[in-house]
Design a protein around this ligand. Structure first.
Ligand code: BG6
Length: 277
């Protein structure tokens, strides 16, 4: 069952309930901010704004058409996360799986920021796994270059208990000291962390005490791992100052060297599936 909701300030979201999972998706940013099946997968800040033009803090913001400041003429992480999407299709034919497609097309405001015609389709499949497929189609007469990410905030029992596997021996760019390095062993956390892994070619495993989440992707060879830790967390919007203990971001991406250039009518799809093992 899918129900439509509107907050008093006009902010709209849909709620999905099927036999195995429940989810909430805001129309602004096609932003899934709750997904519960075997676990409560996505972290959502208790102080997140839910208002138009402000990005939700938590869940899965879409960074598009630019990751971070990869395109310096756009604002950080691009404009999709605060743009209003429309629902194109809801498929509820199966009791244990709901598929929702949302779309953003170029309009006056996007053209003022980024002067290209495009179609952006996000399909979210809510089942006992959560899958997202983000398709970009170039509808312009000119080619364009794209960087993007599913900026996924995962709930963790405590940041000190987390280990991330699957990125061992991979080259990465450390955005904090701007050095290129090689990952030794699994990733653990005891300070601010902001790294872009390259040549990613296998599943990533997020291990948190007894729960392991498998992250499988397609159309991506870069992954960003981020936790703001104490100082940055205290400076960030929409976050309590000790919130860094409760989440880690593992962002399935096309970022930095993993950019995509699309010719007229060409498309690219970035896909991710989260499975609780
Ligand atoms: C991450 C970046 O992807 O997003 C970080 O690597 C950044 O540098 C973080 O701080 C959050 O960004 P924002 O724009 O949502 O505050």
């Amino acid at each position: 069952m899918t129900t439509h909701h509107k907050l008093e300030n006009g902010f709209s979201y849909i709620e999905v309930q099927n036999s195995v999972a429940q989810a909430k998706i805001a129309l602004q940013g096609a932003h899934i901010f709750e997904y519960k099946s075997k676990t409560d997968l996505l972290w959502l800040s208790k102080t997140s704004p839910f208002e138009e033009t402000k990005a939700i803090r938590g869940g899965i913001p879409l960074c598009w058409p630019s990751f971070g400041n990869n395109n310096p003429s756009l604002s950080q992480h691009g404009f999709a996360r605060t743009a209003l999407f429309e629902i194109i299709h809801i498929d509820e034919t199966q009791e244990n799986s709901t598929k929702i497609t949302l779309r953003l097309q170029d309009n006056k405001s996007t053209l003022a920021l980024w002067n290209y015609h495009f179609e952006l389709n996000l399909t979210i499949t809510i089942a006992d796994t959560l899958s997202l497929a983000l398709q970009t189609i170039n509808k312009d007469t000119q080619p364009f270059t794209l960087t993007q990410a599913f900026h996924t905030y995962f709930n963790v029992s405590g940041i000190n208990d987390v280990a991330i596997g699957g990125l061992e021996e991979k080259p990465y760019f450390d955005a904090l000291d701007t050095k290129h390095k090689i990952q030794k062993g699994t990733i653990t956390f005891n300070q601010e962390f902001d790294c872009v892994y390259q040549e990613v070619d296998k599943d990533i495993l997020l291990q948190d005490k007894s729960v392991t989440t498998q992250i499988s992707s397609n159309g991506s060879s870069s992954t960003v791992v981020w936790n703001p830790w104490i100082g940055k967390c205290a400076r960030m919007s929409g976050m309590r100052e000790d919130a860094y203990k409760e989440f880690v971001c593992i962002e399935t991406a096309n970022a930095y060297d993993d950019f995509k250039t699309l010719q007229t009518n060409e498309s690219h799809t970035l896909e991710v599936t989260f499975t609780t093992l």
